[in-house]
Ligand binder design. Structure first.
Ligand code: G3P
Length: 218
């Protein structure tokens, strides 16, 4: 499973990058706003840190012409830019346009198999079903991923499925169990994945016992 990081915070991207497990970055307007920095400064910083892996940058317009204009603008900043487009009728038209132009797309705000099917049929490179937000309203987000995967594999669509709105380590583990293509994970959850209280307790004991070992070479 590929690990994307879901953030616009370049320090978090750097930290994850230093682990050498990062396969891409996803952002959205909320994450960009959280940085408090001018949009293009954030974009350039991220693309400098991650010049060779997919970086999803979201358009702000909701009409076809606006999405095309903004997506083409963003795409000129790197071959690895993926234009993130909301799941709407205009969005689907824009996906077709970008496919024709050879620009990758990520269709976001997907909450149903029907939406996923349309986005895959339109030629989306990636789709982002939001598991956490479905869990929030008492639907099983991960079930949506399984259904979309079945549809994708039934027809050999080339779209990669990004498990998005990941909120906890279990979302990541469940994604891996059902062989999701990609999980886009906030930095906090990446750090949580590494933690286990028994690891901490075990390490503490090893360190203590090591003190009593005679004639240590280091
Ligand atoms: O990738 C989409 C993600 O950023 C949304 O997450 O936690 O706001 O539902 P959340």
């Amino acid at each position: 499973m590929k690990f994307f990081i879901d953030t616009a915070n370049v320090d978090e991207i750097r930290q994850a990058n230093s682990l050498r497990i990062l396969d891409g970055v996803t952002t959205n307007p909320t994450l960009i706003a959280k940085t408090g920095k001018p949009f293009m400064d954030v974009v350039k910083e991220i693309l400098e840190e991650v010049p060779d892996k997919p970086v999803s940058l979201e358009v702000a317009s909701t009409d076809y012409e606006g999405m095309v204009k903004e997506g083409e603008y963003l795409a000129q900043f790197g071959k690895n830019v993926v234009v993130k487009i909301p799941m709407t009728i205009d969005g689907l038209k824009a996906v077709k346009h970008f496919e024709y132009k050879g620009i990758k797309t990520n269709v976001t705000l997907i909450f149903s198999p029907a939406q996923a099917l349309l986005a895959m049929k339109a030629g989306a490179s990636y789709i982002s079903p939001f598991v956490g937000r479905l869990d929030d309203i008492s639907h099983t987000g991960m079930q949506l991923i399984e259904e979309i995967k079945t549809i994708r594999d039934n027809y050999d669509f080339h779209t990669e499925i990004i498990v998005a709105s990941v909120r906890n380590p279990l979302h990541v583990v469940e994604s891996a169990i059902i062989r999701a293509d990609i999980a886009t994970i906030p930095y906090k959850v990446i750090a949580q994945l590494a933690k286990h209280p028994l690891t901490d307790i075990g390490l503490e004991r090893f360190l203590k016992d090591w003190e009593s070992v005679p004639e240590k070479p280091f």
